[in-house]
Design a protein around this ligand. Structure first.
Ligand SMILES: [Zn+2]
Ligand SMILES: [Zn+2]
Length: 526
């Protein structure tokens, strides 16, 4: 995979930070937000990582920036998602903070999905100040803007109607009360409001009529008003958001006009990002179940490589994530940036250097960590029958040296390889060493059996390293009139009971030599 650098040769967060500083000075609040309505997936992570990259770039450029994250806990549950019990239909329309945890382990629905997400952010090295939207309303952070918005409903309706083309009802009031009887935020219809914006009256689908105190947060602003209100309240100067909000007439455009004309503030600099697609399936979305949670991904890919994968492409480029075939390549690409960064000969280019630095969840290492290609780790893990320590031994035998201080990191990588193998990897990457001669060996032709007999003698003598083993098999096959497929096929069949497998040189040399020699001899004598 290659990537065209920015024209200036700098990494996009740095280019963007420079332009933000030029326009807005050097004190910044970068805001990110996600609705915790389901497991938070890799697509959502692009929002937070993009914000984190720009936040880091702003500080790197000498600004004073902070990164905040707002969980939209005051948003309603929109439908009974595929991962919810059927009886959750009773909670549709209620805000997420007020719905019980579907698994009963956390304070409420929103917290259930927030907890693992915040843990993932911590692992990814994203240091955010986290806010919960319902608390911001109930604790009074929104009081003044909410009252202002209700009092300015006619002006806001005019802006939304003109900019988005969306026809709003006459006497529309910019407020969604929370019904004090049934708890729904989608149930009430506003029937009247204080011209000064302090209260609204409503009738709910449940039959209840009541009055909501705007200042006390007994309801929330509709999305198109909530967003600009948040910019004003938190002083947001830059914010990543999905391309849907950036469309012409979309919520960024209406929000920009509302924040200027109603709240008297400037909209943040936009960081518009494309979706992350699950390869061959579509854009990730937790509402459809078409997603892999960030926590599951961190079980297969270390935080730095996740950051590198998501942040390397410019935000407007779409990203394909392929959990089946893409995982080894994703590790390899990160390893390549790391090698480039620590290359003793060439001075590293600015683009690669910044990608590596911004990919680090913590401090940038001072020397290159021990690298073992991911596919080799997956071979070693299987050759060792799943034991981490055993796999480390296999890795050592096959010519990779792992420093003592890097053993814990490599052991974690072995665990990640095992997760990938059991959850997603295609069969081509999977094998198990056969303890006794496999039945499939009975199908080998006489030329292959003779070849194996000779191979046992050769392998007993040669240097036990991947390249020598690989070329010994190939050369001996040629001398005996076997093409590569037949020669290597005979070796694989003897060891794993099928005629293809991981790259033979590395694979065979990772096994115990005496065992291999004995097995070739035994099959050769069939
Ligand atoms: Zn829970
Ligand atoms: Zn109600």
């Amino acid at each position: 995979m290659t990537q065209t650098p920015d024209t200036e040769g700098s990494f996009w967060p740095d280019t963007l930070a420079a332009s933000i500083v030029a326009k807005r000075g050097d004190s910044h609040v970068v805001a990110t937000g996600i609705t915790p309505s389901g497991p938070i997936h890799l697509g959502n992570i692009r929002e937070v990582l993009s914000g984190d990259a720009v936040y880091r770039a702003l500080n790197h450029a000498g600004s004073s920036a902070k990164l905040i994250y707002i969980a939209d806990t005051f948003d309603p549950l929109r439908s009974v998602y595929p991962f919810l019990p059927d009886d959750y239909s009773q909670y549709v329309g209620m805000p997420l903070y007020a719905i019980p945890d579907p698994e009963g382990c956390c304070e409420n629905y929103a917290e259930h999905f927030l907890k693992p997400f915040l843990a993932a952010l911590d692992e990814l090295g994203v240091k955010v100040e986290a806010y919960r939207a319902h608390e911001m309303y109930k604790e009074g952070l929104y009081s003044d803007v909410a009252v202002e918005a209700v009092a300015s409903s006619a002006k806001i309706a005019e802006i939304i109607g003109r900019v988005s083309g969306r026809e709003l009802p006459e006497d529309w009031i910019s407020y969604n009360p929370e019904c004090s009887e049934c708890g729904r935020i989608t149930g009430p219809t506003v029937t009247g409001a204080d011209p000064a914006g302090e209260w609204v009256d409503y009738e709910c689908v449940c039959g209840h009529s009541g009055r909501a105190d705007v200042r006390a947060g007994q309801g929330k602003l509709p999305w198109r008003v909530d967003w600009p209100a948040r910019w004003k309240v938190l002083g947001v100067t830059a914010e990543p958001f999905g391309k849907d909000h950036a469309a012409s007439g979309g919520s960024y455009e209406t929000g920009s006009e509302i924040v200027r004309d109603v709240f008297g503030a400037e909209p943040p600099e936009p960081i518009v990002y494309e979706w992350i697609y699950l390869k061959g399936q579509g854009a990730m979305a937790s509402s459809t179940g078409l997603a892999i949670s960030i926590n599951d991904i961190l079980g297969m890919v270390p935080p730095a490589a996740v950051r590198c994968f998501v942040l390397r492409p410019r935000p407007e480029k779409h990203i394909d994530f392929d959990p089946v075939n893409g995982i080894p390549g994703l590790h390899d690409e990160y390893d390549k940036f790391e090698k480039t960064y620590f290359s003793p000969d060439d001075p590293v280019d600015e683009w690669s250097r910044r990608i590596y630095e911004i990919s680090q969840p913590g401090e940038v290492p001072t020397e290159i960590p021990s690298q073992v290609p991911f596919v080799h780790l997956s071979v070693a893990a299987q050759a060792a029958g799943g034991s981490g320590e055993g796999a480390l031994e296999v890795i050592g035998r096959s010519g990779y040296s792992v420093r003592e201080s890097d053993r814990p990191a490599v052991l974690s990588q072995i665990e990640r390889a095992k997760v990938w193998l059991s959850e997603h990897a295609p069969d081509a990457y999977k094998f198990s060493i056969q303890e006794v001669v496999p039945d499939a060996a009975g199908d080998l032709i006489p030329e292959q059996l003779q070849f194996l007999g000779k191979l046992s003698g050769v392998l007993a003598e040669v240097d036990w390293d991947p390249d020598t083993v690989q070329s010994s098999i190939y050369e001996l096959g040629k001398e005996n009139g076997l093409n590569a497929k037949k020669a290597f096929g005979a070796v694989y069949t003897s060891v794993i009971g099928r005629d293809s497998g991981p790259r033979a040189g590395y694979f065979i040399s990772s096994l115990d030599r005496d065992w291999v020699v004995a097995r070739m001899e035994e099959v050769g004598a069939l």
